[in-house]
Design a protein around this ligand. Structure first.
Ligand code: SF4
Length: 373
């Protein structure tokens, strides 16, 4: 299939202009009522856009509503402590977003006197604001004609224009960006961007696009050829990596041993039970544990949980540890059992915490071992 059916320039311009008009009319008549639609506060728009990155709308809605009650203004977010911010984000994943949002609020407060910047260059200097968030915020909150390109937009544009190639790679990436830039109107660019995303989310679906309900069916290259499933082209899948995680529940004197993840990696600064990650299932996981935290003895298996992070499939075993040598890790802390559930855990360890921390003070306490007092 060619990138577009052969058309004269004027026919192509006419179709593109009809595309924008029909799309906007459809959006204004039938878009979903979402809590951030029609909102003008750039802070609220930023919160919704950051939450919507890599997360589905229905998951975001309750988080957004709770967040806006807890941190209704930029100032309330800027003044909050990081633990509170991460706790409010808990379960939404990609926690770096929460930390950057917090840092952005602090920057607006400290450097711009609490007034949200409106020019694209300054917005782009805020922590965590990449090209997608910049275009969404600048177009929706401030009316700049900047095109938003996300997964939904890519699907609509590659189908409608018949753009070949994997969208994350050149030259397709450039062609998509150029097409989106050409389409975005000076009038109501925010509505147009939201309309394109809404079409991708509600009509031009990945597996079964509802072409008969599509307001821009006429002129769609993929529809004309019955080739919707071929767009956008998929990148070859990443190989699945299996991993085995062994975690320990160590209780002593009404406290539980927990670790805080470091900066820069996955799920940074979230809490979890102390654990080791191995590439293979192994009954000798305690040797790895010893090198990381100190020796242990007399463990009782409590549960097994399977979870995925990107292309990693992880089998997590939780063991109660009854004898241990002093832990060595600076990030490990004895946390009172009543306080521990209030911390922001990684998603998998949150499930363990919910199940095993309540009533854990009735468990057999761990004893120091090997002269460790
Ligand atoms: S006609 Fe079908 S494939 Fe084309 S944009 Fe509309 S929903 Fe997508």
């Amino acid at each position: 299939m060619e990138n577009r059916p052969a058309q004269t320039d004027s026919e192509s311009r006419r179709l593109q202009s009809a595309f924008s008009e029909l799309l906007l009319a459809w959006y204004r008549a039938s878009c979903r009522k979402l809590p951030w639609r029609g909102v003008e506060d750039p802070y609220a728009i930023l919160v919704s856009e950051v939450m919507l990155q890599q997360t589905q709308v229905r998951t975001v809605i309750p988080y957004y509503e709770r967040w806006m009650k807890r941190f209704p203004t930029l100032e309330t977010l800027a003044e909050a402590d990081e633990g509170e911010v991460l706790k409010a984000w808990e379960g939404l994943g990609y926690y770096r977003r929460a930390r950057l949002l917090h840092a952005a609020a602090q920057m607006v407060t400290s450097e711009f006197g609490g007034r949200f910047p409106s020019d694209p260059e300054t917005i782009a200097s805020l922590p965590g604001v990449g090209p997608y968030t910049l275009a969404a915020l600048a177009s929706i909150a401030f009316g700049h004609a900047m095109p938003v390109v996300d997964g939904n937009v890519i699907r609509v544009l590659t189908r409608w224009f018949g753009i070949r190639g994997v969208p994350s790679r050149l030259p397709a990436r450039r062609e998509i960006a150029e097409t989106a830039r050409r389409l975005v109107p000076r009038e109501a660019p925010g509505d147009f961007n939201q309309a394109l995303m809404e079409l991708g989310a509600m009509v031009c679906l990945p597996r079964r696009p509802c072409c008969l309900l599509c307001p821009v069916r006429r002129g769609c290259a993929a529809y004309a050829e019955g080739a919707q499933a071929r767009f956008p082209e998929a990148a070859p899948p990443k190989a699945v990596i299996r991993q085995f995680e062994y975690a320990g529940l160590v209780i002593r004197e009404g406290k539980v041993l927990l670790c805080r993840r470091g900066d820069g990696g996955r799920m940074e600064r979230l809490w979890q039970f102390p654990s080791v990650l191995l590439p293979k299932e192994s009954k000798k996981w305690s040797a790895r544990w010893k090198s990381k935290y100190g020796a242990l003895k007399e463990t009782v298996p409590l549960t097994v949980l399977n979870y995925s992070v990107t292309n990693h499939r992880i089998r997590l075993e939780l063991h109660q540890i009854e004898k241990f040598q002093r832990y060595k890790l600076p990030s490990a802390h004895w946390v009172p059992l009543a306080e521990a559930p209030k911390l922001a855990f990684t998603a998998a360890h949150r499930k363990l915490a919910d199940r095993f921390l309540t009533g854990a003070d009735r468990l057999h306490p761990a004893e120091p071992w090997k002269n460790d007092r």
